[in-house]
Write a protein that binds this ligand. Structure first.
Ligand SMILES: [Fe+2]
Length: 231
């Protein structure tokens, strides 16, 4: 996620900026921040059944890329903040917004990684774990869909996550980007913010949930699950 060359370059740019403006702080600024660069969509946006190119590109370019940019801006602010003198409300606000932007970036990357041409099934290991933890794939699917439709009147995320603490998969509810299980390794993410569907479905959130499930691709979830079993 972090490109070392970008990171070094970002630090150099900031250092140069500080020198030009003569910016002085009471405390030495923190380590050089990362330069956050949005990842491109991992698929052809014309190829996802049930979700239009216009919707997917808008979601990526405005909401996801916006979160990545916001994260970079917040981290630049934090780097220049003197934590020994800054008021608590300023520190709290910046750190809260940092977490919001960070998790928005991560969850959107998982979301986009889950979209494909449809007809996909989880691999043998993940399928076995889903059966163990939910009773059957159909039961998992029913829970996941029901949670998505229940969030249709509001916003948030539905997440299939691996809990290392419990040693099992969970379907996790989140009403905003920050509400993820503390040990949750997110495998599948359903975005229930209006921006994820309004262009195509208006207020018909349930139809969007059905379209998402039809396009769900398990390839990346399988790899993520396997990696978490080894760690
Ligand atoms: Fe989103």
């Amino acid at each position: 996620m972090l490109d070392r060359r970008s990171l070094i370059a970002g630090g150099a740019v900031l250092a140069a900026g500080a020198a030009i403006t003569g910016c002085a702080t009471a405390q030495t600024p923190g380590a050089a921040p990362a330069t956050w660069t949005p990842r491109p969509l991992p698929f052809d946006p014309k190829s996802i059944p049930g979700l239009s190119e216009k919707l997917l590109v808008s979601h990526h370019d405005n909401n996801y890329a916006g979160a990545v940019k916001r994260l970079g801006d917040i981290e630049s602010q934090l780097r220049q903040t003197d934590f020994s003198t800054a008021p608590g409300f300023l520190i709290n606000g910046l750190k809260r917004e940092e977490l919001m932007a960070l998790n928005s970036m991560i969850l959107h990357e998982v979301y986009f990684s889950c979209l494909g041409k449809g007809g996909s099934k989880p691999g043998a290991d993940l399928a076995r774990q889903i059966e163990t933890d939910f009773g059957s794939h159909d039961r998992w699917r029913s829970e996941f869909i029901g949670m998505g439709k229940a969030l249709g009147g509001g916003s948030g995320w539905v997440l299939l996550a691996w809990s290392a603490r419990m040693g099992r998969l969970i379907n996790q509810w989140a009403s905003d980007h920050t509400l993820t299980a503390a040990d949750g390794g997110v495998l599948v993410a359903l975005d229930m913010y209006e921006h994820a569907y309004h262009i195509d479905y208006g207020a018909k959130a349930a139809d969007y949930v059905n379209a998402y499930m039809g396009a769900l691709d398990w390839t990346v979830a399988d790899k993520s699950f396997a990696a978490r079993q080894k760690s």
